[in-house]
Design a binder for this molecule. Structure first.
Ligand SMILES: [Zn+2]
Length: 229
């Protein structure tokens, strides 16, 4: 459906996030969020809930401290890491657990630069909520290092992880993509959805996490801000 033209100065906000709740699909071994009532309109005059959730729940950002003892914590990462021009890289049509190498980025080569947010679209968000979601394609260490060498510090994916996810008989324990990006003081945005929306390409991407003082990661509301200008 074609979108309505925007008035000057207005933006269209495209949501690229999964909902957070008891049915949120989490990394193997992690626990799904628990949302329990704390105060209610009837008893207290207002509603509020208690949230019990892992720092890597749903659509979220990783801080370097997630993998590196001396890495920056979430609250210390410069905020410009969480916004930039979206460069959507089409990596759809791959078989489960396929490594995405540097050659997949060749068509977008000219746009891989500081300030870009590289969004790797595998199309795996269509499997969200099923076992197939664990068997996503992943970024090779070589590809992640190439992005970092070009000055990219923000990489997002529509998968659980930039690296292969250990699940069932797959004992994956290679964290090369995480280590390359986080090791350069960057961030990885995981569990994005809807990267196939045409207007995301070239739009301003934003995914700001909570300012957790010693955080290794936190949920984000990832969006693309589309303008007609
Ligand atoms: Zn994470």
């Amino acid at each position: 459906m074609p979108s309505e033209p925007l008035a000057p100065g207005r933006v269209r906000v495209v949501d690229l996030s999964h909902p957070v709740g008891p049915s949120t699909q989490v990394f193997p071994g992690d626990t799904p969020p628990v949302v329990s009532p704390a105060c209610s309109l009837a008893a207290d005059g207002y509603n509020s809930v208690r949230l019990d959730l892992g720092s890597h729940t749903g659509t979220h950002a990783d801080a370097p401290y997630h993998f590196l003892e001396d890495g920056l914590r979430l609250g210390d990462l410069p905020l410009d890491r969480f916004t930039g021009t979206a460069v959507v890289v089409d990596a759809t049509g791959l078989a489960p657990r396929t490594a995405i190498g540097p050659e997949a980025f060749t068509p977008w080569e000219g746009r891989l630069a500081p300030g870009a947010v590289v969004l790797v679209r595998t199309g795996w968000d269509r499997h969200y909520g099923t076992e197939d979601y664990f068997h996503h394609p992943y970024l090779s260490g070589e590809a992640a290092r190439m992005l970092v060498e070009r000055g990219v510090r923000t990489v997002g994916l529509d998968t659980l992880s930039p690296d292969e996810t250990p699940y069932a008989e797959y004992e994956a324990d290679d964290w090369s993509a995480h280590l390359a990006i986080l090791g350069a003081g960057g961030t990885v945005i995981e569990n994005l959805r809807g990267l196939g929306t045409a207007e995301v390409q070239g739009a301003r991407f934003c995914a700001f996490p909570l300012r957790l003082e010693s955080g290794d990661g936190a949920p984000v509301r990832a969006v693309a801000l589309v303008s007609d200008e």
